[in-house]
Every structure is written in structure tokens, then in C-alpha cells.
Design a protein around this ligand. Structure first.
Ligand code: ATP
Ligand code: MG
Length: 723
């Protein structure tokens, strides 16, 4: 049999792993050593050579993007599409099981997934209902507590209050939260996993069925599985299943979300006789980049330790740029991107990575001004935008009237005269009768409310009923379109002033196209609307319409895990931002940040830029900080400091010749700038210099623009024309 394509371009260790007999296997290896590649080839090998049915494979990866990529690569190797192959994230697969077995999982058929935003809102409402003081019981902390318990597989009844009144209250809130969710058929992200675990644990027949079905369980990024994910996996593999897991302890970056790298040891105990394979050759990065990454991670004490080498070229040094502020940083990045694109490279081969989502805004502005297409992964993603969530809430309510979270979101949006008092009454009724808001609305509208309020509630409820009726049998995108208009949302946002309203209306239109291009997965076997809603909740941000356009990739280092790019920028390498302030004092936290840095560096194939700013405005605050300690951990021989562009723009320099020097003024004057000078800026128009400070490339001026107001500009980038 011709098996060459599957075994091509694999080294000995990789080939050994791909062709290993059907026994538990643990592939533990550093970044870029081909772990994901081995997993893909293993799947193809099992199907094509060992004759295993795709039906018997379960493959788990970390993001939906990675799952799609994996399916694509397996199909490429096999040259046939593989339907019936279960491939997805832990959350996605858990969701699929719950949909299929909603009865056994004790869920209503139309249960809905809520994201962490919805969850927080629900908790806030709960506190209000229970008249609990939310300054003492902080909603975010409660949310954190609940999710942490679920990640460990713990229900309220499993928890002991240890005679601690605080803890007792937390447990009781967890209990109440659970009741609300159960009543409304709402499932949060942690619940998906917990419930899927309980589903198998408590249903012998189901468990036996799935154990028979999934002979091979392939898991990527194993170092980041949390307790409940691991328990689920162990349960499934507990019969004759063969788990085949790959991971890298140095890339464990989700400890804060319950991931436990200790599972690497636990695995070998739980599956005696595990075959352990190490891969040591890196195929991704230049020697310079790899050595830099190795040197940084060597500062961590708790490691399994491994030796990663490459046959690749030495490559160019890592370039470090010290920016004046975040705008200067963005200008620098965009300048280099420009060069890269002008040299004929694909934009999609470049990535800008950062520690925190909020950093993207300034970079985005710069990219927009430079007209460079880009795409942000994470952050305020499409499905998380207000107007989209509003529209989805209508759709969800159509699908499940008991969804309180959606009900509350849209009952008075657009405004329809349902006031706070009416809602308060509904909540009280719902609480007293342990029913949903929808039922409460129906009940009190006929008994307790005055005429106007009752009319408003009735009108809302019949609107929802009408939508449900009129959209029945429509195609998914027609359904969405219908709801957007009938709900009045489109009209409502149209009235919102300015660009914002326009964008919102465009986004709503975009939702219709998203529904149009949505392809239901035949394996899911559920109504398209429910599947679409689940998709929206699970894949937020990963289904943007411009996915295939050639564009620069922006994302946090967390979301860059597993990916690779020829050109990488890591921005905001400052102590306090990266490593993050809250982790600096905690040795475990600092090590996790360092692993994240290792992940960041090892995304780069050829060229890596690292930037930091002396001054940064983030979340509306100005911070002055030192370069990240991680930069100093990179051996000097791999680093080249990029000199700031000292020369300033031409109009300024030519005008700078005839001038008088004043001894007591800032250096802006050396460039011909004086206070009161009239200048012109390409974008901001005409203005007057109010102030200047700083030296050389870092000289800044404050200009009062006639129409744009006062602004501080970095002189060497502002291209000011002297008037
Ligand atoms: P990470 O830890 O970042 O997830 P990984 O270990 O999963 O990395 P892969 O993404 O599978 O690594 O591989 C890194 C790169 O090296 C990919 O571009 C892959 O195609 C390439 N590669 C891996 N093994 C080989 C090989 N034997 N020959 C040629 N290229 C290889
Ligand atoms: Mg990988």
C-alpha cells in the first residue's frame, strides 16, 4: 500500500509516534517540534492504514480555528472529506453531546449557551433579587468562584462551608445561580464541561456507547486541560479507548482558568504503560529565535526540561524598539509592516501580538489610517457586540421562551414602555413561583398590572409569538432578517446618531450574511437556528466575514497558541503589562507569564520584533514603565536595538535653518519650533504650538488645532508643516 504521503516529512521520532501501536501515548515536546503535525498524521494514518473508521476517532484541539485547520489537513492527506469525524474543542464537543442527550443531561431541549458577559449580568440580577449588597459581594468574584468550582467538577452540595460565613454565602449564591440557570435552560461555558462529564458519569448505557464508539482519542495542547476536561477524557478512554495526547509543559498558560499541567504526570499514572515520545527538533523558527526562547524559559524553575534544537539557519537578530509612547509604538510597527507588504509578502503572514486586548485599539487606529487590512481575534468580537447580542436575544427567546437572560435584555429594547417597576414585579413573581420571566409576564399582565403596563407587556409577548409564527419554516438567514426588522432593532439603531448607529446597522446586516453563509454540521442533527445560536456563543469572533481576506493578524498571546507566522511583533513588553502587574509578586504567576512569553516568541518563523513604550496610556491612565524583564533574559547576542528615526520630517527641517536659539527652551526649538508657531497637520489641520518637551526623536509638541482641539504629537512623526 502506498502510505508515503502520510509518512512524508516526518523525522524518526515523529514517525514512531504516528505509527505507534494502539496504546496510550504521550508526546511531550517544545514549541514548533511538530506535535500538531504528528496528531494530524496520526489521524490520517489510523484511517488510511489501520483501517479505523473516522466514526471511531475523537480529536480535541484548543480553538475552533485549530479544529477547522486540523480537519482540513487530515482531508488533504487522505484526499477525501471525513464526515463523522468528531473534531472540536472540549466545549464544542461537550455541547454536541448535551444536544444529543438533553434528556439524560436533564436539560430542556432548547437550552441556550450563555457567555461570560451574560453570566455576569445574570449574577448581578440575582444579587438584586436576593437583596444582597453587591459592594460586599462583588459579582465578578462570585462569577469567578462559581466557575472555579465547576472547573473542579464541584456542585454546591459538594462544598463544605468550613464554618466560614463568607464561604457559606458564596455557596448559597452558587446554589441560587444554578437554580436560575436550570429554570431558564441556560448553560454557561463551565457548565457545558461539567454537565457533559456528569452525563457520561451518570448514564452507564451512554458511557458504554461512547466508549465503544471512540477507540481513539487525540488531544492537542494537553498541558492546558483543566480538571473537568481531564476527568471527561479519562471517563471516555476508561474502557478500551486509546488516548493519544500531545503537549508542552512550557506552554501551559491557562493555570488561571483551572488548567493543570500536572495532568501530564497524572496521565502516566492513570494509563499505565503509556508510551512517552519526545520530539526535540524544531522546524519552525530560526536558530536565533529558538535560542532566545530557550534562554527565556530556562529561567523557570518548575519544568520537565527538554532540549530543543534546529537545523535551520541562524536568521536575523531579534529587533527591539523602545518607543516613546503607544502611538509611537504603533507607528513603528506599521512602518515595518508597510516595508514587509511592499516587499511582496502576504499580510496574513504577519501577526501583532499583545498581552491585553485593550492594546489593540491604538494599533487598529494606525492600521486603519495606513489602510492596511487587519483582523482582530478576540477582543470585542463580532458576536459580542451589543446590537448583535440584542438580535440574538430575540432569536433565542423565539427558540426558548424561558431564557430569562434574553428576556431581560430585550424586553424593553427598543423601548416599549415596560418600566423598571413592571420588571420588578415580574421578577418578584418569578422568584415567588420559581418560574421564568416569560411566564411571570403572562401571569401578572392579566392580574396585577395596570392597563398601560399590561398592554405593554402583552404587546411584547405577542410580538415574540408573532415572530415565532412568521419565521417558522423560513430559511435561517430569512429568519434573522425578519427578526431584525420586526423587532424594531434596525429602526432603533438607525436613529442613533453618527457613525456608531451606522456601524450597528451594518453589523446587523452582517449577521444576516453570517446566517446565510452558516453551514450546519450534518453531524449535529439539530434545528439550524439552535445550531447557529450555539455557534454564535461558542465561536464568537472566529466566524468574521473577512476571514479569507489577506490581512494582518492581531491577537493576544493567549490566542496565538499553536499558530505560526513568518513575521511577528510582540508589543507592550513592559514590566507591569507583561509580565502583568498582578503576577509579578507571585512566583507561580510570574512563571506562567514567562511561559506566555515563550509562546509569543516561538510563534515567529523568521523575523521577530519586540517593542516597549516608555509611556503608555491604557484604560485611560498614563503609565511610565521599564522594559519587560523578559527582554533582559534574551542573550544580548540575539538582539539588535532599533535606533529611533532621528531625522524629522522635511518641511520642518528646511524651515529649521534660520532661527534664534533660546537657552531656556526645550529641544523642540532646535527644530525650529517655537511657542506660538502656526503649523499645519495633514489630518488635524491648522493649529498653534502651545508647548514642547523632550529631546531628539522623543521631542513632543502640544498643538492647539482649530478644529481638532489640543493634542500632543511626537515631532518626528507628526509631519508638521510650518506656516
Ligand atoms: P506548538 O507547540 O507551537 O503548537 P507544534 O509542536 O505543534 O508547535 P507544529 O505546528 O506541528 O508544531 O509544527 C511546526 C512547524 O514545523 C509547522 O510548520 C510544521 O509543518 C513544521 N514541521 C514539523 N515537523 C516537520 C518535519 N518533519 N519536516 C518539515 N516540517 C516540519
Ligand atoms: Mg501545536
Amino acid at each position: 500500500m502506498d502510505v508515503t504521503p502520510i509518512l512524508e516529512e516526518l523525522n524518526d521520532a515523529q514517525r514512531q509516534a504516528v505509527t505507534a501501536p494502539a496504546e496510550p501515548a504521550l508526546i511531550i515536546a517544545g514549541a514548533g517540534s511538530g506535535k500538531t503535525r504528528v496528531l494530524v498524521h496520526r489521524a490520517a494514518w489510523l484511517i488510511d492504514v489501520e483501517g479505523v473508521s473516522p466514526h471511531s476517532l475523537l480529536a480535541v484541539t484548543f480553538t475552533n480555528k485549530a479544529a477547522a485547520e486540523m480537519r482540513h489537513r487530515i482531508e488533504e492527506l487522505l484526499k477525501v472529506p471525513v464526515q463523522h469525524l468528531w473534531i472540536g474543542t472540549f466545549h464544542g464537543l461537550a455541547h454536541r453531546m448535551l444536544r444529543r442527550h438533553w434528556r439524560e443531561a436533564k436539560l430542556p431541549q432548547g437550552f441556550q449557551i450563555i457567555d461570560s458577559d451574560d453570566q455576569l449580568r445574570l449574577i448581578k440580577r440575582l444579587l438584586k433579587n436576593l437583596e444582597v449588597d453587591d459592594s460586599r459581594w462583588v459579582p465578578k468574584e462570585i462569577q469567578w468562584f462559581i466557575n472555579a468550582q465547576k472547573d473542579e467538577g464541584l456542585r454546591p452540595q459538594h462544598l463544605d462551608d468550613d464554618n466560614d460565613p463568607n464561604r457559606r454565602q458564596m455557596i448559597s449564591l452558587y446554589q441560587s445561580y444554578e437554580e436560575i440557570c436550570q429554570r431558564g435552560g441556560l448553560v454557561d461555558f463551565a457548565e457545558l464541561l461539567l454537565r457533559a462529564h456528569e452525563l457520561l458519569r451518570d448514564n452507564d448505557e451512554l458511557l458504554a456507547h461512547y466508549r465503544r464508539r471512540f477507540q481513539h482519542l487525540l488531544v492537542d495542547e494537553f498541558q492546558d486541560t483543566n480538571a473537568i476536561q481531564y476527568a471527561w477524557l479519562r471517563l471516555l478512554a476508561g474502557g478500551d479507548g486509546v488516548p493519544f495526547v500531545v503537549g508542552d509543559d512550557d506552554q501551559s498558560i491557562y493555570r488561571w482558568r483551572g488548567a493543570r499541567v500536572e495532568h501530564i504526570h497524572q496521565f502516566q499514572k492513570d494509563f499505565p504503560g503509556t508510551r512517552v515520545v519526545k520530539l526535540e527538533q524544531n522546524y519552525r523558527s530560526t536558530a536565533t529565535i529558538l535560542n532566545a526562547a530557550n534562554a527565556v524559559i530556562a529561567n523557570n524553575a518548575s519544568r520537565l526540561g527538554k532540549n530543543l534544537w534546529t537545523e535551520g539557519a541562524e536568521g536575523e537578530p531579534i529587533k527591539v524598539y523602545s518607543a516613546y509612547n503607544e502611538r509611537d509604538e504603533a507607528d513603528f510597527v506599521i512602518g515595518r509592516l508597510r516595508d514587509w507588504i511592499d516587499q511582496g509578502n502576504l499580510r496574513a503572514d504577519s501577526a501583532i501580538l499583545y498581552r491585553s486586548n485593550a492594546q489593540s485599539r491604538v494599533l487598529e487606529e494606525g492600521l486603519i489610517n495606513a489602510r492596511i487590512p487587519y483582523r482582530v481575534y478576540g477582543g470585542l468580537r463580532f458576536f459580542e457586540r451589543m446590537e448583535i447580542k440584542d438580535a440574538l436575544a430575540y432569536l433565542r427567546l423565539i427558540s426558548n421562551r424561558d431564557d430569562d437572560s434574553s428576556f431581560e435584555r430585550i424586553v424593553n429594547k427598543p423601548t416599549r414602555g415596560i418600566g423598571a417597576r413592571t420588571l420588578e414585579m415580574m421578577r418578584a413573581y418569578a422568584r415567588a413561583n420559581a418560574c421564568s420571566m416569560w411566564r411571570a409576564g403572562g401571569a401578572i399582565a392579566s392580574d396585577d398590572l395596570n392597563g398601560r403596563a399590561a398592554n405593554a407587556v402583552n404587546a411584547f409577548m405577542s410580538l415574540i409569538e408573532r415572530m415565532a409564527r412568521e419565521t417558522q419554516g423560513l430559511e435561517l438567514h430569512d429568519k434573522v432578517d425578519h427578526v431584525i426588522h420586526l423587532s424594531g432593532l434596525a429602526e432603533f439603531f438607525k436613529k442613533e446618531k453618527g457613525e456608531k448607529g451606522e456601524t450597528r446597522v451594518e453589523n446587523l446586516a452582517e449577521l444576516v450574511s453570517a446566517a446565510k453563509s452558516f453551514e450546519p454540521d450534518p453531524a449535529e442533527d439539530m434545528p439550524p437556528l439552535d445550531e447557529f445560536l450555539a455557534h454564535a456563543a461558542l465561536e464568537a469572533g472566529e466566524g468574521q466575514a473577512d476571514a479569507w481576506e489577506d490581512c494582518v493578524q492581531l491577537m493576544t498571546m493567549h490566542s496565538a497558541k499553536g499558530l505560526e507566522f513568518p513575521l511577528v511583533f510582540i508589543c507592550g513588553m513592559e514590566d507591569g503589562l507583561f509580565p502583568h502587574q498582578r503576577s509579578i509578586a507571585d512566583p507561580h504567576g510570574l512563571e506562567e507569564e514567562r511561559r506566555l512569553c515563550y509562546v509569543g516568541i516561538t510563534r515567529a518563523k523568521q523575523t521577530l520584533y519586540i517593542t516597549h513604550a516608555e509611556q503608555r496610556r491604557l484604560h485611560g491612565m498614563d503609565n511610565f514603565s521599564h522594559p519587560s524583564r523578559f527582554i533582559a533574559e534574551i542573550p544580548a547576542e540575539h538582539v539588535e536595538e532599533v535606533r529611533p528615526r532621528v531625522q524629522v520630517s522635511r518641511p520642518l527641517r528646511s524651515a529649521a535653518a534660520p532661527r534664534r536659539r533660546q537657552s531656556a527652551t526645550a529641544s523642540g526649538n532646535e527644530l525650529g519650533i517655537r511657542l506660538g508657531q502656526h503649523v499645519r497637520h495633514k489630518k488635524f489641520g491648522d493649529g498653534v504650538i502651545l508647548n514642547c518637551e523632550g529631546q531628539g526623536a522623543h521631542a513632543r509638541v502640544e498643538v492647539n488645532f482649530e478644529s481638532a482641539g489640543t493634542k500632543w504629537l511626537v515631532l518626528s512623526y507628526a509631519n508638521l508643516e510650518l506656516m
